[in-house]
Design a protein around this ligand. Structure first.
Ligand code: UT7
Length: 341
């Protein structure tokens, strides 16, 4: 299937990532811990997913709390005050409330009082969808400073009796401040796509308007995430590889030009399959799935911040973010890294 949204090559104003931040809750849940909860083994989880532990938020922490921490760290990194933010976007599928949007709750908490705020619901692709949305606002001149946050409390929608899903996900948040580029090209090309035909392969059946929460839906565990992992796996690989190739083609680049790939952290085997098909060595992928599991909309932001802070990303590097998630949704964004002022 061809991507439904691609970025025109010539953009009025180039946009860069001026700062990043991340937050992961303190409590780590290891595979050994999970062995005590469901019928699983450390060996199964490691060989099938590459995961060793994931972070779990405290009961009193909601998604906006995780997102606010990451946001404050990204603002500090960019040297931007909360009041300077004009657009605040939170990508999440685990909002604090059905409404108001989690963006408004982060706004209140961090004091971004001059921003307009919204949420993006694109599951694991949310961070890249958020970056691309914010980029258009800046490129078109509507705003100069945007804050994009991917934040999830996945533990709040997991069925801790279902070993096929509860071992896979974790909580966390990643954030990026976007500003006009100074010298470089900033975001070079993006490809976003969706396919709603297969929505029920990865979803939460109840709690929305189709099946409002009731004693029956709760008893049946329908307010928890459900996934057909094997099917999702195939679509994830196919669509991420295709999105990467399309983005590279649009940018006039080849896989050899990409210094770092920051993929959604759903499964080490998915990352391996993508590396093989794109013929990019796995060493050039930023991978932290062993420590955080799949944090859905937070995963790329968490990995991006890690690579930026530990010095892997250098100015001038071509970096590709690559995502796939429920919906289905997918995307690839190529950026020329330009952070230092
Ligand atoms: O983030 C959004 C996108 N999400 C993804 O991209 C996830 C994509 N899917 C995956 O990563 C993989 O499909 C999983 C990790 C979810 C599952 O791995 P798999 O190799 O596809 O396993 P499977 O679902 O085919 O299950 C194989 C076996 C089954 O047993 P039988 O039927 O072969 O006897 C499962 O019941 O593994 C069993 N199993 C487990 N065993 C121990 C499933 N979960 C577990 C578990 N521990 N936690």
């Amino acid at each position: 299937m061809t991507p439904t949204l691609t970025t025109p090559p010539a953009f009025p104003r180039a946009v860069r990532i001026a700062g990043t931040g991340a937050y992961a809750p303190e409590r780590a849940l290891t595979n050994r811990d999970l062995e005590k909860i469901v019928n699983t083994t450390d060996e199964w989880i490691v060989t099938r997913t590459g995961m060793r532990e994931r972070r779990i938020a405290a009961p009193e922490q909601a998604t906006s709390d995780l997102g606010s921490e990451a946001a404050l760290r990204a603002l500090a990194d960019a040297g931007v005050a909360p009041e300077e933010v004009q657009l605040l976007l939170v990508a999440t599928i685990t909002p604090d409330y059905p409404f108001p949007n989690t963006g408004c709750l982060v706004q209140r908490r961090i004091g971004a009082k001059n921003a307009f705020c919204m949420s993006i619901e694109a599951a694991c692709s949310g961070f890249v969808y958020g970056l691309e949305t914010a980029r258009h606002y800046i490129a078109g001149g509507a705003v100069d400073t945007a804050l994009v946050i991917g934040a999830e409390k996945m533990s709040s929608i997991l069925d801790w009796r279902d070993r096929s899903t509860c071992v896979l996900f974790g909580d966390g948040a990643g954030a990026a401040v976007l500003k006009p580029a100074r010298r470089g090209r900033g975001i070079i090309a993006s490809v976003l796509g969706s396919d709603g035909a297969l929505s029920e392969l990865l979803y939460v059946p109840a709690g929305g308007s189709r099946k409002p929460a009731s004693a029956e839906t709760v008893a049946a565990g329908e307010h928890f995430l459900r996934m057909n992992g094997r099917e999702v796996f195939k679509h994830a690989v196919t669509n991420m590889v295709r999105a990467a190739r399309t983005a590279l083609h649009r940018a006039g680049l080849t896989p050899a030009d990409v210094r770092w790939i920051i993929p959604h952290q759903a499964n080490l085997r998915i990352i391996g399959a993508i590396a093989e098909r794109l013929e990019i060595p796995e060493e050039r992928f930023v991978i932290n799935v062993a420590r955080y599991g799949n944090t859905s909309g937070a995963s790329v932001g968490l990995a991006l911040d890690e690579a930026a802070r530990d010095g892997r990303l250098r100015d001038g590097d071509i970096v590709m973010m690559l995502v796939f998630g429920g919906g289905f949704t997918w995307g690839a964004t190529l950026i020329e890294w330009e952070k230092t002022s």
